[in-house]
Design a protein around this ligand. Structure first.
Ligand code: SF4
Length: 356
């Protein structure tokens, strides 16, 4: 009997698979073939790996866990955004979202927003995921699996389908699952896998200052977005409880260290509600970001019934942006996607759990 510890197939690099093949006395080149089937072609069964002899597939299957995510529900927005609810092997569910952008002057962008944890311990005031608390971290294979399984499903409609961009902005705080996120980035970047450029991947954090510093040192060349949401500790404490652990002074020092070490521009995400889209808050924000390499992305909040948050008026949003631009900051307003399908993080999962 094979006593080898069962490893997660979708979490393995080609090099790690080579070690597995060597241990099973299989030819080394099988590792590259299996890696391509799993990470590149996004197959969901051993039987689909056509150039691997049946006996060798059995040997590999004995030592390796291979569990694609089960698609529980898919919602489609009129703007093309698709939201997926996947069930994991242990029965927990996670969400991810595919956003497609058609562009005239460049290749189309297909961005997947992936989850990194089941639930979340941070508990941001406007987020449906935080309401259910934290259950567990996702493994690298479960993170990569969201991209692979969306690719698998979409290739049935369009055999040429490829994901071009990744945002780690779904359920969970990515920097509290640092090692798995970094491993999944390496796998998604592999030329024999999904071959997604490092600069086409963005980690979004609620502000885990020590991990921002670590990311600066490791510098995997991915983008970093900081969910700032407010410019004073008083307001931010209430919106993003991570602020009580790493207040703005400490967070901004980590951000400065990040841009000094990597020479990369950060994105500062600012979700605006009817309560926070005030001129005084915009002025505080302009002061906080003075001299910082980065730009500001304003996001009018998606209404979540449980939190009672209201969207700001278009005129309030405009005034807020103007104050920032006048102070020399670059500002974008995030294009709203999938509002008709509750695409804000955690909403589909909560809706599904309340029905089941
Ligand atoms: S916004 Fe992100 S960090 Fe905040 S509670 Fe939701 S999932 Fe967690």
């Amino acid at each position: 009997m094979n006593t080898m510890k069962r490893l997660e197939l979708r979490a393995l690099s080609e090099q790690e698979l080579t070690g597995v093949c060597t241990g099973l006395e299989l030819k080394k080149f099988r590792a590259g073939q299996v890696f391509q089937w799993v990470q590149g072609k996004a197959v969901q069964t051993w039987e689909d790996m056509k150039n691997i002899p049946a006996q060798e597939r059995l040997q590999l299957a004995e030592g390796l866990d291979f569990h694609p995510l089960e698609l529980v529900r898919e919602q489609r927005s009129h703007d093309g955004t698709r939201k997926y609810l996947f069930r994991l092997q242990d029965g927990d569910t996670i969400e991810c979202v595919l956003m497609e952008y058609e562009r005239k002057s460049a290749r189309d962008r297909r961005t997947v927003c992936v989850s990194t944890q089941v639930g979340c311990a941070v508990g941001c005031a406007f987020c449906a995921t935080g309401l259910g608390g934290f259950r567990r971290n996702l493994s690298p294979g479960e993170i990569v699996g969201q991209v692979l399984d969306i690719t698998h499903h979409l290739r049935r409609e369009d055999p040429e389908f490829n994901v071009t961009n990744i945002v780690f902005m779904g359920m969970g705080e990515p920097l509290l699952n640092y090692d798995s996120v970094i491993k999944s980035i390496t796998l998604l970047n592999d030329a024999k896998g999904q071959n997604i450029g490092m600069r086409r991947m963005t980690i979004s954090t609620s502000g885990v200052a020590p991990k921002i510093r670590q990311l600066a040192r490791d510098n995997p060349q991915v983008g970093l977005a900081v969910s700032l949401h407010a410019a004073t500790d008083e307001v931010r404490d209430a919106l993003v409880p991570m602020n009580r652990r790493y207040p703005l002074k400490e967070l901004m020092a980590a951000c400065r260290e990040y841009s000094d070490l990597t020479n990369r521009r950060l994105t500062f995400e600012v979700a605006l509600t009817a309560d926070t889209a005030r001129r005084s808050q915009a002025e505080e924000l302009a002061g906080l970001l003075k001299g910082q390499l980065g730009h500001v992305n304003l996001i009018p909040v998606n209404p979540v019934a449980e939190t009672g948050m209201k969207r700001p008026l278009a005129s309030e949003l405009k005034t807020f942006a103007e104050v920032l631009v006048r102070s020399g900051l670059t500002v974008t307003v995030r294009e709203e996607r999938g509002t008709d399908i509750d695409a804000a993080c955690g909403q589909l999962r909560r809706q599904w759990e309340s029905e089941s």
